[in-house]
Design a protein around this ligand. Sequence first.
Ligand code: GSH
Length: 188
Amino acid sequence: MKLYFDPISVNCRKVVAGFGLMGVNYETAHVDYFKAEQKATEYMKINPNGAIPALVDGDMKLWESNAILQYAADKNEAFAYYPRDLKLRADINRWLLWEAAHWFPSCYIYLVENVVKPLLKAEPDRAVTDRKHRTGIDWRTSSTSASPNSAGSAETRSRWPTSPLRHRCICIPTRSSRSTRIRILNAG
Ligand SMILES: N[C@@H](CCC(=O)N[C@@H](CS)C(=O)NCC(=O)O)C(=O)O
């Protein structure tokens, strides 16, 4: 199977790290993020969202980094990392879905506006970064059982090192004068 990726992308690196951990055999094709190759017509036939990563395995085209990791884990029977136990799996799936629905989208806008656009000599859009983005949980005050770093059993945490459960930092948009910045906190 072939992974379409660019190592500059956090979602691609997550997949590469997970594949390495699980001993997955795969080929790679480089899709240059800074040349916007993820928007090229040929690549859009693989992932119509115009985003990386994507995986092609025979006649299957799979996108969404977490779906790719889940598929590879099941295909390789890497159950030490993606347990079949229903409750452990539900716990992992819960955080993978949360990451895709809330965590990444709320962080990505700051990355694009504050890092990607300046690198491309484009003007950041402050209207975007000044909007309030919420993950729904205040990690600074929530009990440790609700934090992504400590959620689930110790077993779950140790078995799924590529999941959001292992994120060691959290990003909080804060205002300092007119600018919005990302504060990285050590979450444990
Ligand atoms: N939820 C998707 C997010 C994929 C995504 O947005 N990838 C970024 C790179 S980290 C991308 O390709 N963005 C293209 C764009 O914004 O035009 C996943 O986990 O695969």
